[in-house]
Ligand binder design. Sequence first.
Ligand SMILES: [Zn+2]
Length: 336
Amino acid sequence: MLKEKNKTKKEKWLNERIENKRTFKYHQNVLFGITCTTKIECVETGDIFTIEYTKPKSKLRFAPELVKQVRLNMFKKDVWFKSRNKKKTDLICSNCSREYENLDCDIGLMFIEGSLNKHVCFDCGSKYILLGSEDVEKKINEAKNMKNALIEKIRGLGNYNEPGYYSKKLDDMGLDDLETLYNEKKSEKEEWDRIESIEIPESETGLEQYLIDEYGVIENTKWLKCVEQIEGFFKDCGYDLFDCGQGYAQREATAICKIGLKFYEVTIKAEIGSAKQDRGDRLYWVENIDSVDYKEVDKPLPKEKTSFNYKITLSDDKKNLLDSFLKKNQINFSNK
Ligand SMILES: [Zn+2]
């Protein structure tokens, strides 16, 4: 606040510069040391005037252009008093020499080119900032706000397909990493939403029985709605397509899937795990699906069938084995 005496002086000074010598009141406090503008309002008419003028640099101890940065509120007042060794210069503002004890503010720090850092009161620090010094506290707060906003945005994308993901410590990440992460997650979410919104018309779903019996065609209207889902689908569910067991292993499998009206041949390659058994051959299993490739193919046609007659002499257990083999491989047969 301006002191009453100064205010009157300033108003007088301003009035002399306005035609008609009307009465004015201040709308903003005036800064010293710089060319600044202030708004004044004519009490009689309500007209607003903007006036530019310069005040002497009486209260600036350091050249403003050398005060590169100011960090306001860097030290809490009580902490400052506890941690300093109470030199007289530590107890007064380096700029205005007022005692911190009598001021209602925390203590800031000025980074001055070619000189030691100087501690400073809030008012003086603010003045240097208005004169062009970088406001470090503002910058820190802005970065903090940006970071929080980004974290909010990332969390807002939801835990759509990576539940473990959000346990990562977002708070510990830097702004650049968060930005990258957000963009990555945003495109994933968009892709996810796009796939979610795909609806295959009912007229395009359904499989003729021979496609299932003769080709094992797979159709899944929830998890196989577009080609982008093929890889994920078979990486999750492709394990059953491999024939592995004691003494044998299959490293590559193929399948046909149907999406809408189109058919795709899918080739899946797996990493096989194995373990030595107490007796007999090693046991093999699919450890991991390494790759899934696909290409569009024509709709498979019903296979041509010819009747064969075999006459086989078998014991009961061998006959059961043959029957189950034929059934498992979906080979229709009749025996009388
Ligand atoms: Zn000061």
